[in-house]
Design a protein around this ligand. Structure first.
Ligand SMILES: [Zn+2]
Length: 206
């Protein structure tokens, strides 16, 4: 792609670093911004910069939050002894939208995936085990995606919790194999939380 302007080329290059955005789309987006009022570009750039600079992760559940402790963890009306274990904040958002779950969360930050170079120590597993051992938690609900990596992660954590007296369950798979949580419709996802099954049983059948 030949550019008549170095400034344009730089902007297109940076835009094309985003997933799913090729050079052509990047050029279209940049030209679109140039046609809009200058304030739109400034607002976009400033929203992204402020997000990066001020972003916080909840000290308890590791979800993205504007506060040290997120609004779910600090809500006294949530069921304090139940923790739903998820991969990332998109799962929290999906489960919250079902209105079927009143407990707390623990955001792992991904799943164990040796092929992608993600090991147990890259995830918030140690702090989950700590929470499970605190005596304040009676049930962990695993809501990871039904993929090989999700199962591996479930099994890894399950083994770590062998000595801890705590109920472990996994959401019922109305959700098909390889389906990511965020794509499940609210009714199906809500039902799968209510109809959760013991994790041990799920591990045996997989
Ligand atoms: Zn939190």
């Amino acid at each position: 792609m030949e550019f008549s302007s170095k400034l344009l080329e730089n902007a297109v290059y940076e835009m094309s670093q985003l997933p799913g955005i090729g050079k052509r789309t990047a050029l279209r987006l940049v030209l679109h911004l140039l046609r809009q009022p200058e304030s739109q570009t400034i607002n976009l750039a400033s929203a992204l910069t402020t997000l990066r600079k001020d972003i916080k992760f909840c000290k308890k559940c590791h979800s993205i939050s504007d506060l040290e402790i997120c609004h779910i963890c600090s809500n006294p009306n949530r069921v304090q002894d139940t923790i739903c274990v998820v991969e990332d904040i998109r799962d929290v958002m999906a489960i919250e939208s079902t209105s079927q779950y009143r407990g707390l969360y623990h955001v792992l930050g991904g799943k164990i995936s040796p092929l992608d170079g993600v090991g147990p120590h890259d995830l918030a597993i140690a702090s989950l085990v700590e929470r499970a051992k605190s005596g304040e938690v009676s049930e962990l609900i695993f809501a990871l995606s039904a993929t090989m990596e999700g199962d591996t992660t479930n099994f890894y954590i399950y083994k770590l919790l062998k000595e801890v007296t705590i109920r472990t369950s996994t959401i019922a798979r109305g959700i098909g194999v390889n389906d990511e949580l965020e794509y499940a419709d609210e009714v199906t996802l809500g039902r799968s939380i209510i109809n959760r099954i013991p994790l041990e049983q799920a591990l045996k059948s997989s």
